[in-house]
Design a protein around this ligand. Structure first.
Ligand code: SF4
Ligand code: SF4
Ligand code: SF4
Length: 264
């Protein structure tokens, strides 16, 4: 993991898509707990509603509509939300200390008061998650920090009637899913996602990137150019100090002084 949270302390979700019935209790529970306004939507020929995350919708069910081998209508459902990435692009680029931060449970949380509305986190997120509210401040799933801090499960997991959303210690959830022979998505991507999926098909079928990654330009800036710049800065300071300690301060050349004063 890119930062300091130990793997055994990390909490997260296992989302078993084979159990989801598309009831969207998770969406409603999230809105209720976080006191989010209803989104105005329109029928666009699909039961998927809303069709995208919004500043007031932190998790939603993506409907994957198609047909099966026998030509019958088939539906798959995916709970879409912030993945609480181990190596979080949003945190990497955020220039405002404390606007996006990691909790002791490994949650990528945000503090609206610290956000300076630069929107860098949007470009850096491999999953297109952060949205901006009316005040132009970041908004995304905080994994019900307040509930988790009080020993409760996030509102969405509590409301899910089929145990599609299982919340707990990440290591335990992954071990259980593996013993049930589930195919996992996100176990190791980006130093491990905080939301790991048990999928019934390839990730692309669910609209998930097969190999999620932080855009190269952001990696280059944050992991290569910036550390080299800092190294160069401290290297110069170190060289000056070394010179001072080993050779001493620069002395005025007496002869040169004399020449300048015309006493040759
Ligand atoms: S999914 Fe996007 S917003 Fe969430 S932690 Fe990862 S990079 Fe940040
Ligand atoms: S918009 Fe806010 S949270 Fe996003 S990178 Fe800028 S300061 Fe950080
Ligand atoms: S509450 Fe559970 S079963 Fe219902 S849509 Fe959400 S994840 Fe699926």
């Amino acid at each position: 993991m890119a930062d300091t949270v130990k793997a055994e302390n990390r909490k997260g979700f296992l989302v078993d898509t084979s159990r989801c019935i598309g009831c969207r209790s998770c969406q409603v529970a999230c809105k209720q707990w976080n006191k989010l306004e209803a989104d105005k939507t329109a029928n666009q020929g699909s039961f998927e509603n809303p069709r995208d995350l919004t500043p007031a919708l932190f998790n939603r069910i993506r409907f994957v509509e198609g047909s099966n081998e026998t030509g019958e209508m088939s539906w798959r459902f995916l709970n879409e939300r912030c993945m609480h990435c181990g190596d979080a692009g949003c945190m990497k680029v955020c220039p405002s200390p404390g606007a996006l931060y990691r909790t002791k449970d490994g949650i990528v949380a945000y503090n609206k008061e610290r956000c300076i509305s630069c929107k860098y986190c949007v470009a850096a997120c491999p999953f297109n998650i952060p949205r901006y509210d009316g005040e132009d401040k970041v908004s995304k799933c905080n994994l019900c920090l307040d509930r988790v801090g009080g020993g409760m499960a996030p509102a969405c997991a509590k409301a899910c009637p089929t145990e599609t959303l299982k919340f707990g210690k990440r290591n335990d959830l992954i071990a259980r899913a593996k013993s049930a022979k589930k195919t996992l998505y996100g176990e190791n991507s980006l130093s491990g996602l905080g939301v790991v999926y048990a999928l019934e098909g390839p990730p692309e079928q669910y609209g998930l990137p097969a190999s999620p990654s932080i855009p190269f330009s952001i990696f280059l800036w944050k992991d290569v150019i910036k550390p080299l710049g800092i190294l160069g800065f401290w290297g110069s300071i170190g060289a000056v100090l070394l010179h001072y300690v080993t050779i001493g301060p620069k002395k005025v050349d007496d002869d040169l002084d004399a020449k300048e004063e015309g006493h040759e």
